[in-house]
Design a protein around this ligand. Sequence first.
Ligand code: G3P
Ligand code: CA
Length: 254
Amino acid sequence: MSPDRRGPLVVAHRGASAARPEHTLAAYELALEQGADGLECDVRLTRDGHLVCVHDRRVDRTSSGTGLVSEMTLQHLNALDFGTDGEPAGLLTLAELITLVLDFRDRPTKLFIETKHPVRYGGLVESKLLAELSRFGLSAPASASHSRAVVMSFSASAVWRVRRAAPLLPTVLLGEASRYLGGGAATTVGATAVGPSIKSLREHPELVDRAAASGRATYCWTVDEREDVELCRDLGVGWIATNHPGRTKEWLAR
Ligand code: G3P
Ligand code: CA
């Protein structure tokens, strides 16, 4: 496949997370202002069944609190500070992030939602996520390319559950490049894209063509160095997730 001359589209990983606290409103607003084509977020379930944008199982690294997200209520989480450097920031729910994306000017920014802890909850995260997307009219797009939401997971079962329940929603099966080159797990679960890390894509650049040959795009993470951005552009990667959406957009525009 020849490289896409427009270059990869740029996804802000946890927002513009190199410049603002990850997964906060400030991080996502900055990413949108910097022209990100997509926003990435991780979602977890609270004890009382709300989907919130938090990466780790625990809140200790990213907030003023301590404990497991799954054992805390939304009210408890809302009382924590997720800011850094003396700048307070609240928790973001998935609903709030969807609203931000849909309300932002007339740009069709996509939301790349990664489900965490899929095993522990045995599909509850995915069913809650699909219900939330449905509430916003996002669960049955006219086509994958028109979809404003993309669901991602390292878990093949999670991707399979989403494909079965919402066949029109695009999905990314995340994992090292070798995962796809061997047995074709992405084909098995019907993911619309493969999602290798940049480290593994450097080792297996042939993956991009192999994925394209089966009609799949490539989503690569986390691409922060200029030489890696250029490698992805030259290989024809469709989407790159970066903590630096602003400078990445500038590099690709040159
Ligand atoms: O965008 C995919 C990437 O975020 C996966 O890794 O640990 O940052 O969720 P992680
Ligand atoms: Ca993630």
